[in-house]
Design a protein around this ligand. Structure first.
Ligand SMILES: *Cc1c(COP(=O)(O)O)cnc(C)c1O
Length: 361
């Protein structure tokens, strides 16, 4: 058996769309990017989507265009892909890490207010592994303290909180279309917003600060989305419901099948939430995680650890002088283990994985 941790769910539809791009010769920021932006905006019910080269560049654009920079503090989670916190550093602001909730793995709303100072300008939560943040609570806290709330929805395409999609709760939010994400392309990202100022500045940042071709008004980058990614994205968006439904069914299978294994904590889905299972992440609490990984890998089952370290413990942050003590994330970080959950998995693959898990003594 060879069951990879990840594999994008691609077919003829994506293939044909990509060929259209090649035949048209419009490879970068062309009509496919425009079509994808329109479709994604209408999927989310948001006014504008600005396609970018990656989720990371979208994060940079969204922070910068919201006026976040030197001297500002941004409250965020220590459990995410490092891009979340690094984008705050890139605009010259300071990430302030707040511990996670042990059930959701998302930033704990109860701990946020203690971290607010005169310098706090924004909160940047992540709906991790596909589990939506409690956007009600976060919106309340942000409104009470007059802070900008920006959701990093890079792991939660197709997730909902109280029937409303993640990425549509805040005035601006960010997605990634990295090949491992629920909506997979050959790399790309998006700023999603209802704010005209964010639209205007993000579009400028994407093409070296130019609003009119050749006239560079502000400092920007080359963050353009390419049309091959957009073409794939157009078809992936049509399949997103199918992709997420399949992932949810797989998650339900795993959780039921592991219910007799007392050395595992399976993911909890919060009330009022649709968890899109970007990742299916369990915690190994009664066995040595390395041995479990070895058993699975030796049997041909791919595994992943998200993440090896909390962000504040990465060398980059230690070198910057971070000394936070965040007990929940520091406890669970050595326990987390992600199993294959992509939509290509067949019933026999899932039965096989369950069998291997049950054979671990
Ligand atoms: C993937 C990811 C990003 C970055 O997206 P890229 O497209 O890889 O640059 C940012 N935040 C989170 C939470 C992610 O999972």
């Amino acid at each position: 058996m060879n069951i990879p941790l990840n594999k994008p769910f691609l077919g003829k539809e994506e293939e044909e769309r990509v060929l259209e791009v090649i035949k048209s010769g419009n490879l970068l920021l062309g009509n496919k990017v425009e079509e994808f932006e329109k479709n994604f905006a209408s999927y989310l019910g948001m006014r504008q989507v600005i396609g970018t080269s990656s989720g990371t560049s979208a994060l940079y654009c969204v922070l910068k265009s919201n006026g976040i920079g030197n001297g500002d503090e941004v409250i965020t989670t220590p459990l995410s892909f490092i891009a979340t916190a690094n984008s705050i550093l890139h605009v010259g602001a300071k990430p302030v890490f707040t511990d996670i909730n042990e059930e959701t793995y998302n930033i704990d709303p109860d701990l946020i207010e203690k971290k607010i100072t005169k310098k706090t300008k924004a909160i940047l939560p992540v709906s991790l592994y596909g589990q939506p943040c409690n956007m009600d609570r976060l919106s309340e806290i942000a409104a009470k303290h007059n802070l900008i709330l920006i959701e990093d929805a890079a792991q939660s395409h197709g997730s909902e909180f109280k029937g409303k999609k993640t990425g549509a709760w805040t005035t601006s939010s960010v997605f990634s279309f990295d090949p491992t994400k629920n909506l997979a392309t050959c790399g790309g990202g998006a700023v999603v917003t209802n704010d005209e100022k964010v639209v205007e500045i993000s579009k400028m940042l994407r093409i070296h600060g130019a609003k009119i071709k050749g006239q560079h008004d502000i400092l920007g980058f080359n963050f353009k989305m390419n049309d091959i990614a957009a073409a794939i994205g157009i078809e992936q968006l049509k399949k997103l419901n199918i992709i997420v439904d399949k992932k949810i069914k797989t998650a339900q299978f795993y959780t039921k099948s592991f219910s007799d294994l007392n050395w595992i904590i399976t993911p909890k889905v919060q009330a009022n939430s649709k968890h899109s299972f970007h990742k299916y992440t369990i915690r190994i609490v009664g066995k040595n995680r390395e041995e479990v990984i070895k058993k699975l890998n030796d049997a041909g089952v791919g595994t992943g650890i998200f993440y090896n370290k909390p962000i504040h413990k990465q060398k980059l942050y230690l070198d910057l002088g971070y000394k936070d003590n965040l007990p929940v994330v520091e406890k669970i970080i050595d326990q987390v283990l992600s199993l294959p959950i992509h939509p290509n998995l067949k019933k026999e693959d899932l039965d096989y994985i369950s069998e291997i898990m049950h054979s671990i003594k």
